[in-house]
Design a protein around this ligand. Structure first.
Ligand code: AHR
Length: 321
């Protein structure tokens, strides 16, 4: 009888262990790791989805995620990284607000043998200071946006540009890609350009200043480095008696639910998608690195371009309604 009980207990223990292994394999790995995640902030709806996606992925994998919101300030992010290092985390995920100024703190992580994955925006620091970068191709996003505008306007368009955060690779690279394409068309030019820091409030304010600076009837399109600034600009245009999407064309980046709503309402014309699902590939990279595997320098995240014809469908799918 006693030996039966013992055997039963042993089988139960083995089942629990086996079950845990199967569950952890299904969930993508990383269970038990402590990972620090320094996020830019919560400046846009895209950023909030990205944060939520990373947190959900960590929870599903059994990863202990230490989260820090940098409130769009590099000094806050550097302080967060130093705190993660002091706590002896297994790895760090850094979504940097700007490109430059990371060398010293990344060197501190390296000195403490803590691997760092860069997600989303890029850094100019030496590549040896981080194990890989998970991101989209911002230059390509800019080219895609410009290519659409070229064909929508037959290559003739005076454009106002809402730039993202000054010094961020998302703004610099999108601008570069867009400008490369329009440079091929002599009748396409940027007539006004200013940063709206990727926020709705600033997007609205900057658009108001554009509408005061030039005759609005000469503006053919708004090129916005993200959807949130464009949502603000749409408000500004409506308040000025302009019909956005008709009188002034719009093109932006992110593909958030609100931009699909704006397309359904006839206020927006196109958006280039930036996937918020970078947590899975970042955690996979950390797990592989800790297992001694070699990583590519860049793990790309793909996205498409969307128009009003599929906006209702996309809105339903992306808002989970
Ligand atoms: O770095 C990516 C950009 O940051 C997104 O396009 C924007 O919405 C966010 O603030």
């Amino acid at each position: 009888m006693r030996s039966h009980k013992l055997l039963f207990s042993l089988v139960m223990v083995l089942m629990v262990i086996f079950g845990a292994v199967v569950v952890s394999a299904q969930e993508g790995g990383g269970a038990g790791l402590t990972i620090g995640f320094s996020q830019v902030g919560s400046e846009s709806a895209w950023r909030t989805s990205f944060t939520q996606a990373v947190q959900a992925e960590a929870e599903a994998r059994g990863i202990n995620l230490l989260f820090s919101d940098g409130q769009q300030r590099q000094e806050n992010q550097i302080a967060a990284l130093r705190s993660f290092i002091a706590q002896g985390v297994d790895a760090i995920i850094l979504a940097p607000v700007v490109e430059t100024g990371w060398d010293e703190v990344l060197q501190e992580a390296a000195d403490n043998q803590i691997p760092v994955v860069i997600v989303d925006r890029n850094v100019t620091a030496d590549e040896s200071l981080y194990i890989t970068r998970v991101s989209s191709d911002f230059v390509h996003e800019g080219r895609l946006a410009a290519a659409w505008l070229v064909q929508a306007t037959a290559g003739q368009c005076d454009i106002v540009e809402l730039q993202g955060t000054v010094g961020s690779s998302a703004a610099l690279d999108r601008q570069q890609g867009f400008n490369e394409v329009i440079a091929l068309f002599p009748n396409m030019q940027i007539v006004q350009s200013q940063s709206g820091d990727f926020t709705r409030t600033n997007g609205k304010e900057v658009m108001e200043s554009f509408l005061n600076a030039v005759d609005p009837s000469t503006i053919c399109a708004v090129w916005s480095h993200n959807d949130d600034m464009l949502i603000g600009a749409i408000e500004a245009m409506k308040e000025a008696g302009i019909d956005p999407g008709q009188d002034i064309l719009t093109i932006s980046v992110d593909a958030i639910p609100d931009i699909f709503q704006a397309m359904v309402d006839g206020d927006a014309n196109a958006t280039v998608e930036l996937s918020p699902n970078m947590g899975g590939p970042a955690f996979d990279a950390i797990v592989s690195y800790l297992a001694g595997e070699e990583l590519p320098r860049w793990i790309p995240v793909a996205g498409g371009i969307y128009f009003p014809d599929t906006a209702a469908e996309e809105l339903a799918a992306r808002s989970g309604s």
